[in-house]
Design a protein around this ligand. Sequence first.
Ligand code: PLP
Length: 404
Amino acid sequence: MFKVNEDYLKLPGSYLFSTIGKKVAAFQEANPDKGIIRLGIGDVTQPLAPSIIKALHSAVEEMAHEETFHGYAPDLGYEFLRSAMAKNDYQNRGCDIEADEIFISDGAKCDSGNIQEIFSRDCKIAVCDPVYPVYVDTNVMAGRTGVYDAVTETWSDVIYMPCTKETDFAPELPKETPDIIYLCFPNNPTGSTITKAQLQAWVDYANKNGAVIIYDAAYEAYISEEDVPHSIYECDGARTCAIELRSFSKNAGFTGVRLGATVIPKEVKCGEVMLHSLWARRHGTKYNGAPYIVQKAGEAVYSEAGKAELKEQIAYYMRNAKVIYEGLKGAGYNVSGGVNAPYIWLEIPKGMTSWEFFDCLLERANVVGTPGSGFGPSGEGYFRLTAFGSYETTVEAIERIRKM
Ligand code: PLP
């Protein structure tokens, strides 16, 4: 008889957003007349920008002709996209990253989940708490996290770095030394950021302790303040200790189109072994490349017209963030985030759990948000709202919450 991977059985409950989806569906079925506003899942709502649509159409047309048809994409991505990224995301910002250090993929979720495969099962991970759930869950699946304690909602072999209002929603250097450190700034779910000096301290710590940082920069495009780094490679020494994840989902609305990238400088090594070579091997073996038409659409993100259109799109979402932030603050809530990120992190009234607040908001305001505890134990007491709705529904949602 076959056996299953028992590490999967250790995963508690279902995935956060499936639970929310089920609760919302049940509420809608019981209350078909209620107009629910969804500010929960971090999915975009604006259509793709004109330059991207144009690039998609033109690439589709190429696929219709023998001379311009494209089959399998190169494992690591088309040169035109890797060069555009190297230039615009890195070299123009003074970061020393070459096109051949960028691996194109179909998004940061897969990459952030798969990257752990190239590390030993013995490696100890450190994560921010609260955190994007994929980092921990994929390490659970790989058998790297020890035993789950249902009371504290923590794993025995994971180093948790609480990010609460006491730490200004930033992680502190852990007492126990990790091998792999997951950082994500601007942060999902708290919407917080760290300064370049703070990030430099992490890079120095990782280099000193022989750790690797997996830096998720999925929300980089939302940074509005000067001192906030757009890439970890802005820090000295990051080329020897950092992997960076990039996504086209939130900067260009590609959640349904699917495109991302992982950057691994050739200097990140374990002894003589380059992580770059391991990831290249993994990519070549398990992945057949993001579609040509999607990579052409990705290239359009870096065109002058594309950049201008996307700047406007981000400004649209950030106007929503301001509506949420100021509306809730005006209603007496403690709120953070929403300045360099499309997420607003709200402290819920004392005496309620974040799931109770979720139910209350759904029932009384018909607004869906995300309970903070779904992102880790230190998320208890908080609630995430996203700026990805339309302006009108966002204004309406905040009005409803204020009246609650
Ligand atoms: N990383 C973080 C921190 C995210 O919040 C998300 C999506 O919400 C992703 C990665 C996934 O990005 P993608 O759509 O590129 O898979």
